[in-house]
Design a binder for this molecule. Sequence first.
Ligand code: SAM
Ligand code: SF4
Length: 496
Amino acid sequence: MSKFVIQAEDLAAQKKFAEALYQNYHNEAQSRGYEFTFSIRTYGCQLNESDSEKLSGILKTMSFVQGNTDDPDLVIFNTCSVRENAQDRLFGNLGLVKAMKRKNPKLIVGVCGCMMKQEENVEKITKSYPFVDLIFGPQDIHRLPELLYRLHFTSKRVYDVSKNDYLADDLDLPIDRSRRFRALVPIMYGCNNFCTYCIVPYTRGRERSRPFEQIIKELNNLAAEGYKEILLLGQNVNSYGKDNAGMPDFADLLEAAAKIDGISRIRFMTSHPKDLSDRVIDIMAENPNIEKHLHLPMQSGSDNILKAMNRHYTREQYIRTARLFRERIPYGTISTDIIVGFPGETEADFADTLSLMREIRFDSAFTFQYSVRPGTPAAKMEDQIPQDVVTERFTRLLELQNGHCFDSNSGVVGNVEEILIEGRSETAPHILSGRTMSNRLVNFTLPDDIDLPDGTHLEKGELFDGDRLEGCLANVRITGARPFSLEGRWESFTHD
Ligand code: SAM
Ligand code: SF4
């Protein structure tokens, strides 16, 4: 695979396809009396969510509007192949779409994302789900207009997954951001690390860092548009710039981002422990608008397993970095990723994982059972761990981590924290939810009678649309702790 920077001419050609389709769909919509709708189902990580925001932006340039999930004119599945269960979910949902297609034979079904970079998945769809009209890869998002054009004017299925590692100028792509206050900003694509369990380097290709000036320009634009929070994304943000000699590194980028006026919060993920520099931690400590949260996947606490995983750090090195963060930013939180049941993991290796968890006391953790990914070195390793052993270890690990999460949250009860409001709580519409500067989730209530920051007044007992407060900042007194969230009481709105 080679790296190709998408040229302006290529994007201009795509715009021509989009314009032709716009005319077409617009005219057809007028004659049938209602718009063409799309629905995108996104699996996996925030990079996939960011890709879906681009797909949505591109579709809107072709006159499509966001529709509901039950009867759209076009449905796209943006897939993830990191673990087997995400793959299974796709095939389950494709089975359901078959019935939708029977009801509406004109329904366009597209599948894209990481799974489409694995030939066996494309073969399975070709054989067992022939009603899928469109297949493309994660590097082909910018080519959606051309692919849809070919489908529309030939009426033949278009299965076209390119082999190149494209790097498109995101500034030239329409992005339909799903949040009003938070912008996802990929700073690099791909991964060079080849952790032995992981499929990502095979599906997302080699590391490609976006040009520094281009990212800064995007951040300035976002600040001017009123976005409050920026999420800098990459599989390993700390290797930003390493693919181009002389380029600024991640610490430079983070420092420059923190200087942009108007952005209240900057977060980044993911950091690889082997590449996170002390300077990044210093910059986090020194800049009030960089969130005090570090996502630092440990994967395992055993040096033997870390070596077999090809992680390139030891337990001691991990501890040193985590301690440095705790010392420099005592208010901060550390989250992690942990895999249980990697091939060859002995009870002693697992005990090392538990002891590292006790040592660091992670504020939160994403915990995974090892999932065999065909094509990765770990899939061929001997000593795959039986499922009953994995399940038993996983239960013990969850129990320990849940206790640490609860202790960590209990430590901030009584504090007044500044919360960036994300909207209404999903389960209780009268409760607002948001996050602290250290990325803790807080659910809180408003008093009965209150002036809202948009100048309106909330009367006692009045039902209100909490999503109106999305993106506002509020001081909230923390009144209670649960393992995965905090409870609080509003005290005041803050203005940045
Ligand atoms: N690039 C990031 C990193 O290295 O930390 C994470 C990318 S991956 C999408 C997110 C997490 O999924 C990994 O940190 C790992 O814990 C988990 N993961 C990846 N491959 C896995 C596998 N085969 N089985 C179980 N978990 C896996
Ligand atoms: Fe996968 Fe490792 Fe790359 Fe993360 S750093 S995406 S776990 S190969």
